[in-house]
Design a binder for this molecule. Structure first.
Ligand code: G
Ligand code: G
Ligand code: MN
Ligand code: NA
Length: 255
């Protein structure tokens, strides 16, 4: 069976599952939200990274049903946490591929899933990688505005790596800017990486974005990012992506 067919049958055979990585408010230390991340437990090959199969799913169009599965599973999970004192309040971020935007039904798909699961749109953040805005003829920005007017929040992921024209930051109603991990990796002490991050933070803030730094692995990185005004922290220093049960335990124990 070729790889694309394996992705397709994995969806039918429930080999995919989601893990959730905490995002912490730098100022309050509280849990702000979680990012849902897909995992594939292959029956013979073991764990396969999304880096390997998302691209194949995009090339074959399978990303549309797969992305819908991710959205439905994440929203159903967030809705199921309704009565949990911490997890009942937080936002859930879901990665959406640029190719899902081109399906033409993204907005109605998401609204349908929210209605079906009963999750409030204010609890959902759509994460879209910056490269989705390269060569956007305006259609993607229009989709973003429809999501926004439904009350859904928007994060621009992998910011700083997409070679896109910065003017889109002004044209789309984004809520969060996620500084790409590759910049955080070089902190602290690399003057140029520090300068780039500071520029991203100040640009983002002046356009009313909240800044999320991802890939924070040590305290020195966290201290630097907090000092220059990042709002939200995500990374192994704080917590790894976890399955729902583990997240529930984590959120009710001191950390
Ligand atoms: O979690 P991990 O670091 O293995 O993820 C690797 C890459 O896969 C990241 O770029 C992440 O954005 C992407 N990814 C993880 N889950 C999803 C998903 O549900 N949908 C899409 N489109 N990308 C995902
Ligand atoms: O592209 P995107 O931002 O969606 O990718 C998020 C990915 O980054 C997740 O797959 C997650 O597993 C990974 N990740 C999260 N925190 C860290 C970290 O501190 N270090 C590294 N190396 N990867 C991380
Ligand atoms: Mn992401
Ligand atoms: Na990212």
């Amino acid at each position: 069976m070729d790889f694309a067919s394996q992705v397709e049958s994995a969806l039918d055979n429930q080999q995919f599952y989601l893990v959730y990585q905490p995002q912490i408010d730098f100022n309050t230390g509280r849990l702000k939200g979680v990012e849902a991340l897909i995992r594939w437990q292959h029956p013979t090959k073991g764990m396969i990274s999304p880096v390997e199969f998302i691209r194949v799913a995009e090339l074959t169009g399978l990303i549309v049903p797969l992305g819908k599965w991710v959205m439905r599973t994440a929203c159903a999970q967030a809705a199921a946490w309704r009565d949990h004192p911490v997890l009942g309040q937080i936002e859930i971020s879901v990665n959406v591929s640029a190719l899902q935007l081109q399906s033409g039904t993204l907005v109605e798909d998401i609204l349908g899933i929210l209605a079906e699961t009963g999750l409030s749109p204010h609890r959902l953040v759509v994460e879209l990688t910056e490269s989705a805005f390269v060569q956007d003829d305006g259609e993607n920005a229009r989709i973003m505005r429809s999501l926004k007017s439904a009350g859904i929040k928007l994060a621009i992921d992998d910011f700083g790596t997409g070679y896109s024209c910065l003017s889109y930051l002004r044209d789309i109603p984004g809520d969060y800017l996620k500084v790409d991990r590759s910049f955080v990796l070089e902190l602290p002490g690399h003057n140029k990486a520090e300068a780039v991050i500071q520029a991203i933070v100040s640009l983002g803030k002046s356009l009313d974005y909240r800044i999320i730094a991802e890939g924070i692995e040590n305290q020195a990185q966290a201290d630097f990012l907090q000092r220059i005004g990042c709002d939200i922290a995500q990374g192994f220093l704080f917590a790894r992506p976890m399955e729902a049960d583990a997240l529930q335990l984590w959120s009710s124990s001191p950390h």
